[in-house]
Design a protein around this ligand. Structure first.
Ligand code: CP
Ligand code: NVA
Length: 316
C-alpha cells in the first residue's frame, strides 16, 4: 500500500498520476477534483480530451462504471475502448506487465475493474499512462468521489457531517471511509462481527480522521450507529465474487438492513445513499431506496461528473 501524500498549500497538477486508492491523494487534491467535477456538471461538453483514448479492462460486470467512463470520454472529445478480460489475451494468460506495456503504446489511460488490488498496482507499475481503479476487491475510489460529491450537493458542506455506512466492510466501505475521513467527516461503519473493514485500512482511516478534524467509529450496533446520522449508506451484502456466500450473508446481515425503522434513529433530514446495483428487501427496503430520503440516482449520475474530473486531471 502506498503512503499518504501530505496536504500541500500549492496547487498540484495530477497529470500522469494513477488512481488506485485515495490513500495516495491529499485532501487538497480531492477538493480540486470535486471542484472540477462541479464545474463539469455545469459545463459537460468540451474538446479537452480530443484525440485521447481510454482503454477499459473489465474482469467483472458493470453498468455505471462502464457507461459513465465511456460517455465521459465522448463528452470531452475523446474515445473509450471496452475490453472484456475474457476477450483479450489477458484472459488467456498474457501477463499484466506485458498487457500494460502494449496498451500504453496505444491508449492515453487505462481503467481496470478486477479482483486483487495487486493487479491494479501491477498494471500501474508497468503502464506508462495513468491507470484508474474502476473497482477491485479492496477499493472503489471513483464511487467514493461520486459519493462525497453527492453529500456535498445534499448538505452544502462535508466537514463535521455524520456519515454512517452499514453493512459489509467491503471495497465500497473502504474507499468511502478513507475519503470521508480525509475530508473531515465523522464516519461510522456498522457491520456484523466477522465482516469488519480491513484492519490496516481502519488504522489509516483513524489517522486521516485525526489529521483532518473528523472521527472514525466501528460499531456492531446499527441502531446506535445511525443515531443523528446525516447520511446512511449501504451496499450489497454479497459482492461480485462472493456469490457462493450469499445465503449465509443474507442471515448474517439481516439486522443491518436499512429500513424505515432504522432511519427513525437518524437525523430528521437524513439522506440515503447506495452505490447500486441494489437488492430491494435485502440490504435496503423499497420504501427507503424509492422513498423521499433516497439520493441514489443523483449519486449514480455523479459517477459521470467525477470520472470526467478524474480523466481530465490525469490526462491533461
Ligand atoms: N456502482 C457501480 O460501480 O456500478 P457498476 O457495477 O454498474 O459499475
Ligand atoms: N461491493 C460491490 C460493489 C458493486 C458496485 C461489489 O464489489 O460487487
Amino acid at each position: 500500500m502506498n503512503s499518504i501524500v501530505s496536504t500541500s498549500p500549492v496547487r498540484v497538477s495530477l497529470k500522469g498520476r494513477d488512481l488506485v486508492t485515495w490513500l495516495d491523494y491529499s485532501t487538497e487534491e480531492v477538493h480540486e477534483l470535486l471542484s472540477l467535477a462541479q464545474y463539469l456538471k455545469k459545463n459537460p461538453y468540451s474538446k479537452v480530451l480530443e484525440g485521447k483514448t481510454l482503454g477499459m479492462i473489465f474482469e467483472k460486470s458493470s453498468t455505471r462504471t462502464r457507461v459513465s467512463f465511456e460517455a465521459g470520454m465522448l463528452q470531452m472529445g475523446g474515445h473509450a475502448i471496452y475490453l472484456n478480460a475474457r476477450d483479450i489475451q489477458l484472459g488467456r494468460g498474457e501477463s499484466i506487465a506485458d498487457t500494460a506495456r502494449v496498451l500504453s503504446s496505444y491508449v492515453d489511460g487505462i481503467m481496470i475493474r478486477t479482483f486483487e488490488t495487486e493487479k491494479v498496482t501491477e498494471l500501474a507499475k508497468y503502464a506508462s499512462v495513468p491507470v484508474i481503479n474502476g473497482l477491485c476487491d479492496t477499493y472503489h475510489p471513483c464511487q467514493a468521489l461520486a459519493d462525497v460529491l453527492t453529500i456535498l450537493e445534499l448538505a452544502g458542506t462535508l466537514k463535521g457531517l455524520k456519515v454512517v455506512y452499514t453493512g459489509d466492510g467491503n471495497n465500497v466501505a473502504h474507499s468511502f471511509m478513507i475519503l470521508c475521513a480525509k475530508l473531515g467527516m465523522d464516519v461510522v461503519v456498522s457491520c456484523p462481527v466477522g465482516y469488519e473493514p480491513d484492519k490496516e485500512i481502519v488504522g489509516k482511516t483513524v489517522e486521516l480522521a485525526g489529521m483532518n478534524g473528523g472521527s472514525f467509529t466501528l460499531s456492531y450496533d446499527p441502531v446506535e450507529a445511525v443515531k443523528n446520522a446525516d447520511i446512511v449508506y449501504t451496499d450489497v451484502w454479497a459482492s461480485m465474487g462472493q456469490e457462493e456466500e450469499a445465503v449465509k450473508r443474507l442471515k448474517d446481515f439481516k439486522p443491518y438492513q436499512v429500513n424505515e425503522q432504522l432511519l427513525q434513529h437518524a437525523a430528521p433530514q437524513v439522506k440515503f445513499l447506495h452505490c447500486l446495483p441494489a437488492h430491494r428487501e435485502e440490504e435496503v427496503t423499497a420504501a427507503v431506496i424509492d422513498g423521499p430520503c433516497s439520493a441514489v440516482f443523483q449519486q449514480a449520475e455523479n459517477r459521470l461528473h467525477v470520472q470526467k474530473a478524474i480523466l481530465q486531471s490525469l490526462f491533461v
